[in-house]
Design a protein around this ligand. Structure first.
Ligand SMILES: C[S@@+](CC[C@H](N)C(=O)[O-])C[C@H]1O[C@@H](n2cnc3c(N)ncnc32)[C@H](O)[C@@H]1O
Length: 474
């Protein structure tokens, strides 16, 4: 790769203190007091030109700048992502450039994740001025927490193009988090600003991770390739400390070692020639990689290409009732899990996991937190009640062989008996999927005195049963 001769004009030199000293507000005043303001309304390019003008004539701005923005804009045209996420938004230069390109390429949503709320407000203001509020959404907060939240609430399901431009040590951990949450997968493209070593020191842990072979990733899973702060000088380590406090590295994400990366195929040629340039002696360079899919797991870990790790940090199932949260892991969302299935249930104080039975397997439970009371109906008329607290386990009998039994033997319900604390437990089944049949509605529609007499429960309990189908009752 040779040096590029780029015709754009350079920004003001970078000072010792080059951000968060009031210049971001000065930029807003500059733009809203600009004689060409009216031209900027609804025009991303005019807003970008004004930001560049400020950078050239007033003060340095740490945005991606014209050269690299053009490179990634071309990538967007070629790859046609639907959903993009950027980590680190600053004053919105990249959000405006890429949000506009994404809209032109038929994409649907651009998320700009920014930790500093003042910068987040500047991004929103300029995105709005550029007429991009419909496609660019600004999320204020640390990148890892925002990624987890967007994933948990079901807003973000897949990232087609991930632009990493925030705190360098978090590049690796956030990519790992995205892999683990399955936000990235085959076909996802990663563009990491200033990662290669030519921008000294670049981002050695990120490069090592994203360029590693599957065998290297497997060998170092959880250990060696963790984003090591030692690779960075104090200037990087504490870059954002004074205002936002020390950055915290995401510790829980270990990535998916089976995912391979390669250069994006469509644009490999383009990027050989344009992803690197030296302008006024400063390197402008982007590390580009694409997820090439999962490599087959080793024989003893299974013979197919499915990942052998998953996470419960996905969005809860949409179950009726407002009593808590219900997450499952089985072959429907973790294909390798062919003979074992689990649910992870959180029940609010006073909540009830409604009366149900499992048609396909015995149920084994572990109570992780809180206090529970479970009642199990073991025959037509016999019922037993047990109290549980954190650390207890239980097993509810199998109903196999009785699928057509009109009085299934392992009907049970679980109450949270605490008034203040959530109840959290895990249910495990020897089955490929989680299946349960709710009985509350059926009972609620049966004469209460008959139900109370048959099940030996108080009649006021029966009268409280909801006639609508519920799973986690508040
Ligand atoms: C280099 S600037 C981003 C420039 C921007 N992408 C552009 O080209 O216009 C880095 C930004 O990342 C933000 N940042 C740093 N750590 C972060 C984190 N953990 N999560 C989200 N944003 C972070 C900083 O506040 C700063 O605004």
């Amino acid at each position: 790769m040779g040096e590029e001769s780029f015709q754009g004009m350079a920004y003001q030199p970078q000072e010792d203190v080059y951000f968060d000293d009031g210049r971001e507000m000065e930029l807003l005043h500059f733009i809203y007091g600009h004689p060409e303001l009216e031209k900027m309304r609804g025009s991303p390019q005019h807003v970008l030109d004004a930001i560049d003008e400020f950078g050239r004539t007033k003060k340095y701005l740490m945005n991606i700048g014209e050269y690299k923005a053009k490179t990634i804009t071309q990538l967007i045209r070629d790859e046609k992502p639907r959903v993009m996420v950027e980590l680190g938004g600053y004053v919105g230069y990249s959000a405006i450039a890429f949000g506009a390109a994404l809209r032109e390429a038929g994409g649907t949503q651009f998320y700009s994740l920014e930790r500093n709320p003042e910068f987040g407000a500047v991004i929103s203001s300029l995105v709005n001025l550029a007429g991009l509020s419909d496609i660019v959404k600004v999320e204020i907060g640390g990148s890892s927490a925002s990624l987890k939240r967007l994933h948990r609430n079901g807003t973000l399901k897949r990232i087609d193009l991930l632009f990493l431009d925030h705190w360098k040590p978090s590049y690796t951990t956030d990519l790992k988090l995205c892999e683990e949450l399955r936000l990235v997968g085959p076909g996802s493209v990663y563009a990491a600003d200033n990662a290669p070593a030519v921008v000294k020191p670049g981002n050695p842990p990120y490069l090592a991770y994203v360029r590693a072979t599957v065998s290297e990733k497997r060998a170092s899973f959880k250990n060696v390739m963790k984003a090591d702060l030692e690779h960075f000088g104090d200037g990087t380590k504490y870059q954002y400390k004074s205002r936002e406090g020390e950055e915290v590295l995401e510790k829980e994400a270990h990535g998916n070692p089976n995912l391979r990366s390669s250069q994006p195929s469509v644009t490999a040629k383009l990027f050989k020639s344009t992803s690197k340039a030296r302008i006024n002696g400063i390197w402008h360079i982007i590390e580009l990689n694409a997820c090439a899919g999962a490599k087959k797991t080793r024989a003893h870990l299974g013979t197919n290409a499915q990942p052998f790790s998953s996470s419960l940090r996905h969005a809860p199932e949409k179950v009726p009732g407002a009593g808590g949260e219900f997450r499952k892991i089985d072959s429907t969302n973790f294909p390798i899990s062919k003979t074992i299935a689990a649910t992870f249930v959180t029940l609010k104080p006073g909540g009830l996991r409604e009366l149900h039975w499992h048609p396909n397997a015995e149920e084994w439970l572990y109570f992780h937190k809180g206090q529970a009371r479970a009642t199990v109906f073991i025959g037509n008329t016999a019922a037993r009640t047990f109290d549980f607290s954190a650390g207890d386990t239980a097993a509810f009998p199998d109903n196999s062989g009785h699928r057509d039994d009109p009085n299934p033997r392992n009907r049970h319900y679980i109450e949270n008996t605490s008034e203040t604390e959530d109840l959290v437990w895990v249910e495990i089944y020897k089955s490929d999927r989680v299946a349960d049949i709710p009985l509350t509605q059926w009972l609620a529609l049966t004469p209460p005195d008959l139900v109370a007499q048959t099940l030996k429960v108080p009649i006021d309990f029966v009268e409280k049963l909801n006639r609508e189908k519920q799973v986690l009752i508040a």
